[in-house]
Design a protein around this ligand. Structure first.
Ligand SMILES: [Zn+2]
Length: 56
């Protein structure tokens, strides 16, 4: 039986890059990736400094 790779929960509801995650951990993972992507765009100057991007 599959378990969440992050917290070990048996309540698996998502597969990200071939790894199983529960709903909560998958959400946190995706949010981290999106925030990291936004910060990268901001570092490259593709997002105006006036736009607030949450810290990583
Ligand atoms: Zn989890």
């Amino acid at each position: 039986m599959s378990r969440c790779a992050e917290c070990g929960s048996a309540d698996v509801s998502a597969i990200v890059n071939g790894t199983y995650y529960c709903y909560r951990c998958a959400g946190a993972l995706v949010r981290r990736k999106v925030i990291s992507y936004l910060n990268d765009l901001k570092r490259r100057g593709m997002i105006p400094p006036s736009v607030e991007v949450p810290a990583e």
